[in-house]
Design a binder for this molecule. Structure first.
Ligand code: NAP
Length: 545
């Protein structure tokens, strides 16, 4: 146990991370539960992923009026979203607005990267230490470090030798990056690259996109919200949140119950066309109920998207390269992504058969020896998802065990909220919580954590830890949910969602791909029933411990 210094700050709870889920958790614990709280944030301002991911084109891919908090009607009334999909600056401005409106900043310490959190079982306290040596002691530790915040750049040989500018997309500089007249490479074709590619293409002299796996990209069909539609949104918020609570991914659209095989070919085509035209994720959710569970349906929708790509992209060879070969799982939303490949200054390089071998002083060399010269290289190569940011912190539970050691074979987080052997550690939007519209998930998880802590306090209990049986059963359920759908065949099976993008990481679902309504009911039911999946000393005997 590290020595507790005299200047250690004593509080009831420490929250780690000032993104959507951390800010929401701070509000919940301080203003609803009544705890003293410090929120520690590594960045120089609040915002989480929206602070760091300032790359050109960054924006949300849920309707912006659902990519926000629902806990305050006053906040809903005061804030207006200007577009269907809010840009990164607008989302950041929203989070600043929330921090001011609820006076959150007084309990937030910026530039405070947490390096360790050590459990003192005898004292029932966590000792949290930041990289600059400041200590905090608390009874409840809430991690809100985000499922996609630990940036991954493949360890290409020669990275340091590159003579030009090199940027990981998720650590974009605060000052503008000029592309005019420059030869630019973007490595990766995930959600980040898909948003960035059209923006960079419009500015750069040449853009080369290095693709290993072709993604499915649906048209986002962004548009401005005029004052009338903004008022309609505000008036309709109750219905909007009701919809997000029952939709598979907590979006404000309606899941259909239409089955693919029960439609005629004409109906099937018409439904897909309509969903494509409406844009966003409608093709996934409003076309057919069985797109993730019926192979014929999945292949038909996938084939429909491929036909769209062939119709949009002029060069048939480029179109074929852009056509995804895997099952359709989580598509991305594009803002004229495929159209961008019709520009004269844009080219696509397939690195599936000829991988990137190294970064050289002047650009990129592939395994076949082919050399490409660049002034700027952008890595849009993703994240160590799920456990990445948690594992970067030395979290030691009962008996001094490290969380990353306890999870050596994959995450074991009951409901994505608690970990066996780590009493009073709560995770907001942690590993194995729901894979869905993030702010909605963070509302539910923050509220649940508030209920759990209130339960302990109201009953005079000191601590709670998920039981091994509860954890085992949740881990099995998370795996079953993943392996019973098209996720197991799609590109997701090689992605961060199962840890497959990180060399040496064990393959295990990092988030729960079940239905949002089921997850929200499951965690609320756990709280309603008095947290039966948790070991709470003193509860059985009535003696307080
Ligand atoms: P990602 O989806 O993991 O994509 C990383 C890309 O880098 C993939 O195309 C991957 O290819 C490629 N890559 C990795 N290593 C490579 C290598 N050695 N050589 C060539 N290519 C390589 O990462 P992301 O785009 O940052 O997105 C991550 C997640 O963040 C998304 O799934 C989404 O949930 C979220 N996100 C959301 C938004 C939004 O719109 N709200 C925006 C950005 C991100 P392979 O596929 O072949 O591995």
């Amino acid at each position: 146990m590290p020595t507790v210094r005299a200047d250690a700050v004593e509080v009831d709870a420490v929250v780690i991370g000032a993104g959507f889920s951390g800010l929401r958790a701070l509000y919940e614990l301080r203003d609803e539960v009544g705890l003293s709280v410090r929120l520690l944030e590594a960045g120089s301002d609040v915002g989480g992923v929206w602070y760091w991911n300032r790359y050109p084109g960054a924006r949300c891919d849920s309707d912006s009026f659902t990519y926000c908090y629902s806990f305050s009607k006053e906040l809903q009334e005061k804030w207006s979203w200007s577009e269907r999909y809010a840009t990164q600056p607008e989302i950041l401005e929203y989070l600043h607005f929330v921090a001011e409106m609820f006076d959150l900043r007084r309990d937030i310490r910026l530039d405070s990267r947490v390096r360790s959190a050590v459990r003192d079982e005898r004292e029932n306290r966590w000792l949290v230490e930041t990289a600059d040596g400041q200590q905090y002691r608390c009874t409840y530790l809430v991690t809100a470090v985000g499922p996609l915040s630990s940036v991954f750049t493949p360890p290409f040989p020669g990275l340091d030798s590159f003579g030009g500018e090199l940027y990981p997309a998720a650590r974009w500089p605060a000052e503008p990056v000029g592309f005019t007249g420059k030869r630019v490479a973007i490595v990766g074709t995930g959600a980040t690259s898909i948003q960035m590619t059209p923006m960079v293409a419009a500015a750069a002299a040449r853009l080369t996109v290095f693709q290993r796996t072709a993604p499915y990209v649906l048209p986002a069909r962004n548009r401005a919200h005029d004052p009338v539609s903004q008022q309609e949104i505000k008036a309709g918020y109750d219905a909007i949140w009701a919809r997000t609570s029952r939709q598979t991914f907590a979006l404000a659209i309606e899941d259909t119950d239409r089955l693919f095989a029960e439609c005629t070919p004409e109906q099937q085509h018409r439904v897909m066309e309509q969903a494509w035209e409406l844009g966003g994720f409608r093709l996934m959710f409003e076309a057919f109920a069985d797109v993730m569970t019926d192979e014929a349906c999945n292949e038909a929708v996938a084939g429909f998207v491929r036909e769209k790509i062939r119709a949009i992209v002029d060069d048939p060879a480029v179109a074929e390269l852009l056509c995804p070969k895997n099952s359709l799982t989580r598509p991305q939303l594009g803002h004229f992504y495929y159209e961008t490949f019709n520009r004269d200054n844009v080219s696509l390089v397939d690195v599936s058969a000829d991988p990137i071998a190294e970064v050289t002083a002047s650009g990129i060399r592939t395994t076949s020896g082919r050399e490409y010269g660049f002034d700027v290289i952008v890595f849009a190569t993703g994240f160590d998802g799920g456990t990445g940011a948690l594992n970067a912190i030395d979290i030691r539970g009962t008996d001094g065990r490290l969380l990353r050691d306890a999870w050596r074979d994959g995450p074991r987080a009951y409901l994505g909220l608690g970990a066996e052997g780590f009493p009073n550690l709560f995770m907001s939007f942690g590993p194995q919580s729901l894979f869905a519209n993030a702010p909605v998930v963070s509302e539910h998880t923050a509220r649940w954590i508030g209920r759990a802590i209130s339960y302990l306090r109201d009953h005079g209990y000191q601590r709670m830890t998920p039981t091994p049986e509860a954890v085992d059963s949740w881990v099995r359920h998370v795996a079953d949910a993943y392996y019973s759908t098209a996720f197991k065949h799609g590109a997701s099976s090689r992605s961060w969602l199962v840890g497959a993008n990180i060399p040496g990481k064990p393959i295990a679902p990092q988030l729960y791909v079940g239905h949002a309504a089921g997850y929200f009911a499951r965690i609320a039911g756990e709280a309603d029933a008095g947290f039966p999946g948790f070991d709470i000393p003193g509860r059985e005997t009535g003696a307080l411990r």
